[in-house]
Ligand binder design. Structure first.
Ligand code: ATP
Length: 211
């Protein structure tokens, strides 16, 4: 999907024109303050067909989980083909109020709220926040099974390497795009994050980054 002339003067010195890959998992990386949230927010405003999970969500402390999810489901046109609530283990939380949940439980509910809207585009700003490793991994599987276009901001380069189909790097007032193999290179990443980043390969051939 082509995005034309997206203006974000606070961060990018000129409007951006770029492709948002369809039915792929695009991971956005970049330094703190580079402009990743600004980009996702601008995309959310440009694309009415997108569901958007901001980095900081509004607080609905008094609302029960079941009520919040009903709000999200109002937007869905069809019955879900994937059991989102089961994947995120929401059932035991349904009758609880948001204020009584842990940070990771709240994040799982917010993810369910966004995904149950069944939109063709999903924009997730730091969705891994608070999720333990099991749910981080489950989330990637769930997003794939939904077969939608996903743009997600993450800080974990190893997650990006494992899960991304396509990578956007926000750096120096520019948006750069490429395959994980092209973008997740130690020299380039060291420049982007302004710190030495090393890539290692285990004897099993698994590649991982550390600083
Ligand atoms: N509401 C705001 N008003 C003014 N400036 C803002 C506002 N929100 C963000 N900024 C500035 O815009 C720039 C980009 O911020 P943004 O939140 O998009 O960065 P980010 O890449 O998502 O960072 P992080 O990794 O820390 O979440 C930063 O310099 C930030 O200070």
């Amino acid at each position: 999907m082509q995005i034309n002339a997206l203006a974000m003067p606070r961060v990018f010195n000129q409007p951006l024109t770029f492709n948002l890959p369809e039915k792929k998992l695009t991971v956005v990386i970049g330094q703190n303050g580079a402009g990743k949230s600004t980009l996702l927010n601008a995309l959310a405003r440009r694309l009415p067909e997108a569901a958007y999970l901001p980095q900081k969500n509004q607080i609905y402390d008094d609302m029960r989980v079941v009520e919040l999810l009903a709000l999200g489901q109002q937007r869905a046109k069809n019955a879900p083909t994937v059991d989102i609530l089961a994947a995120l283990a929401i059932e035991p939380l349904l009758s609880q109020r948001m204020a009584t949940l842990s940070g990771g439980q709240q994040q799982r509910v917010w993810l369910a709220f966004v995904l149950c809207q069944q939109t063709p585009v999903v924009l997730l700003d730091e969705p891994l926040t608070g999720l333990d490793l099991r749910y981080q991994s489950r989330l990637a599987g769930l997003l794939r099974s939904l077969n939608v276009s996903v743009v997600m901001v993450v800080h974990d380069l190893n997650y990006a390497q494992r899960e991304a189909d396509w990578v956007w790097v926000v750096h120096d007032q520019q948006l750069m795009a490429g395959t994980p193999g092209d973008m997740l290179q130690e020299n380039f990443l060291s420049e982007v994050f302004n710190t030495p980043i090393k890539q290692h390969i285990t004897t099993e051939g698994i590649r991982y980054f550390d600083v």
